[in-house]
Design a binder for this molecule. Sequence first.
Ligand code: TYM
Length: 340
Amino acid sequence: MGETKHTPRVFSGIQPSGNLTLGNYLGAVKRFVEMQNSGIETIYCMVDLHAITVWQDPETLRHNTRELAAAYIACGLDPAKSILFNQSQVSAHAELGWVFSCVARLGWMNRMTQFKDKAGKNAEKTSLGLYAYPSLMAADILAYHATHVPVGEDQKQHVELTRDIANKFNHDFKVDFFPEPEPIIDGAATRVMSLRDGTKKMSKSDPSDLSRINMTDDTDTIAKKIRKAKTDPEPLPDNLDDLAGRPEARNLINIYAALDGKTPEQVMACVAGQQFGQFKPALADLAVAHLAPITEEMTRLMADVTEIDRVLGKGADRAAAIAEPILAQTYDIVGMVRSR
Ligand code: TYM
């Protein structure tokens, strides 16, 4: 991790919009756990305010928020080590988000590729929230003066925008208040691709369920999805260069490597010459060995939502204790009268 004069602190979040995927696990949660266990202070959020930028059924949103909390814990996040909470319980996020909406420029927002992808041709009909979302994300991170943000590749641009917002705020108000956080994007699976199309990202919102592995899929479903994953007729080569132009094969190698804690090069050395008929069952076994205990633990935790809510409430208290003074100082810097 790079040098910064602020105390190292990690913040990251995931939207509770259902269907937590293998992409979220390998690109985010698994790495959240590694950072937690490295001893650095870690804060992980279920970003429910982000989720409502597109329509969410209220009961389903509540369920998905608790299920994401269960997934965090089942994957190894420990509420005694990390602060775990849902975003809407700490109002500093929304308040700082407004301040940052007044710092960020329209031109910056117009460059956000995720908005363009999600809005498509229908931009006029999308919510204002979907457009403003990156300034709320900047607030999530900067409300804690977080310095490091573990994310998948697709969130890099939003973390860079966060740096721009921090920088402009500091410059406009002639302060050195907000850190410029660093995106931490590493490992073999920073961009897990669809199992049906190796050029598209694996996504919760893909209409085809066969395109992704969900954290709630059972053993048979995981095995079936890997068996049906799109591949090509060539055997696996012994080096990565020879996988150029074979995105589906490359994706399965990356997934194998990330699950097994190896580099893709190490995996290639072991599987060289194999046909997919041989490689896919090995990958399915590996995926099931990792995911089945997590799914089982999620189910166990979901049987007691009162306990999940208690954990989130406690996490929110701890999060608010950090974010509220930072918000108060921000208001002072900006020139708001605070008289109570
Ligand atoms: P979200 O909910 O879309 O995704 C959560 C995390 O999972 C990563 N991810 C992937 N990684 C690898 N391969 C994939 N196919 C894949 N799909 C998703 C994402 O990169 C992300 O790290 N805006 C964020 C949530 C957010 C946030 C924040 C993150 C809100 N505030 C503050 C960090 C800091 C989002 O929508 O992620």
